[in-house]
Every structure is written in structure tokens, then in C-alpha cells.
Write a protein of this length. Structure first.
Length: 83
């Protein structure tokens, strides 16, 4: 979302992490870093997908937009997405 689906990613920062200011050695490093923070970071730890999305961005439309994109990428959910 934040990097236009990776189209505007700088420094291998596919996710626009840290307001787009973080740089990673590779896409793989970016994926592992973001996944680790979303799994273990204080604002996200122990929360389901909806809780993580709300912690990341308090705008109620954000969850709708992100889950819509997730469904386009993988119509069969790999994680439970609440409505």
C-alpha cells in the first residue's frame, strides 16, 4: 500500500516501512524484518490481523483497503480476515 505495491520502493523497502525511510539489503531482508516486527513488536504482539492493522493505522478504511488487496493477491486467505 504505502509504496504503491512496491512500484515506488526505495532501498528494497517494499512496505514503505518507517515512513519509507528504512533501507534493507534485499527484499528478503525487508520481508523478514517487517514480519518479525508484526509478530513480536509491542504494538502488534498477540493481536489478530485486524488488531495489527488497527495498531499500524487507526484509519478504519485502511483495514478495508489492505484486506481487499490481500484478497486480490491470494483469494484463498492464508490468515483469517474478519469482516
Amino acid at each position: 500500500m504505502e509504496s504503491g505495491g512496491g512500484k515506488y520502493a526505495k532501498g528494497n523497502n517494499l512496505f514503505g516501512w518507517a515512513n519509507g525511510k528504512a533501507a534493507f539489503e534485499s527484499f528478503g531482508d525487508a520481508i523478514h524484518h517487517v514480519a518479525s516486527v508484526l509478530a513480536l513488536g509491542r504494538p502488534y504482539r498477540g493481536k489478530d490481523l485486524n488488531g495489527k492493522l488497527l495498531a499500524y493505522n487507526h484509519n478504519s478504511d485502511y483495514k478495508v483497503i489492505v484486506t481487499r488487496v490481500m484478497r486480490q493477491i491470494s483469494p484463498t486467505p492464508l490468515v483469517e480476515v474478519g469482516e
